[in-house]
Design a binder for this molecule. Sequence first.
Ligand code: GLA
Length: 391
Amino acid sequence: MKLDEVEALRVHRQRFGRDGRMFAAPARVNLIGEHTDYTGGLVMPMAIGFRTVAVVSPHEDGRAVFYSVNYGEEVSLEIASLGRTPRGHWSDYPAGVLWSLRLEGVEVGGFSMSLEGDVPLGAGLSSSASVEVVTAVALLDRAGVTLPLEKVATLCRRTENEYVGAKSGIMDQFVVAGAVAHRAMMLDCRSLGYELLPLPDEVRVVICNSMVKHSVATGGYGDRSDEVVAGQAVLRQEKGIELLRDATLEDLEACRGKMTAASFARCKHIITENGRVLEAREALLKGDLERFGKLMIEAHASMRDDFAASCPEVDTLVEIAMRQAGCFGARITGGGFGGCTVNVVSAERAEKFVEAVRREYGAATGIADAQCFVCEPSDGALALLAKGGAQ
Ligand code: GLA
């Protein structure tokens, strides 16, 4: 489905009887730096062209009304008495942002909001961060408040961690809010300092969906994050190292006997991955795509073997990609346990790459409907707003 913004405005007017203002937030893909964010590490995501749009209009009764066009459902809440009451429902994301904004002292008057998105769900492309950030941007506008990027990202992450209950880091919310078109973003998840990096014109970023559903809120993501946090606690106690970000493989080795084999392997992935992000930055700045691609392949092996967060279908998808002419690198992207691969492919081979990968993946797994997308690094929600994304 491709989102029709004019239609979104019309649907809102028809449902709520008022014209609304429109806001948009993209999805994201991570080029390299996986599971490093919640231990203060380095990541290199970019925003992509899928979007969530929010259309908002005011009303006077002090209620928040969220309507999901995708689910065809409406949820109405009293703003003044909104507590931390997640229901395991799509509305937890926008309601949780409203809750988080109120904790921040932002007073939002009554409103109706229609939400509609074309971000594939459960694919590891951050449909949830896209909803959170668009809600935050729309409600800040409604409240007449401007907050800096770091605050917007942090309050959306709080929604995810404390309202929805997922143990995720800040990568998704930060890039979805702060990305800039034609650039990847290297983000330091401790300082929240970032650098925008050019992607050479001669390549495309291709996303291939294994069609194996993944969820950050449930399943393996939380287990992995627990194993990592346990390993980090040992490093803190034994070596006084606060965040894994500051640990070396030697530090980890010295603590091997004090942690489980699983924690050791997960921490090893994170320490080596932080190093790969720095090398990937160097490679991009030099335009060295061969090197960048090799780092992606090493990162995939590390996610598969040390982090144990891949799955057979995704491994097959990476192997098929690497057999294709013009493919520099391929790896699992996002939280893991399914979802998508990210591939860096020469621009002139991108279409052929998509055809061949779909065909060979179908033959190997019986999954005939795998979706592949050729992506451009896109603007984040704040850049879209600055360019007149709100109407
Ligand atoms: C999910 C989380 C992020 C990050 C990635 C893994 O997308 O939301 O915070 O941890 O997984 O890199």
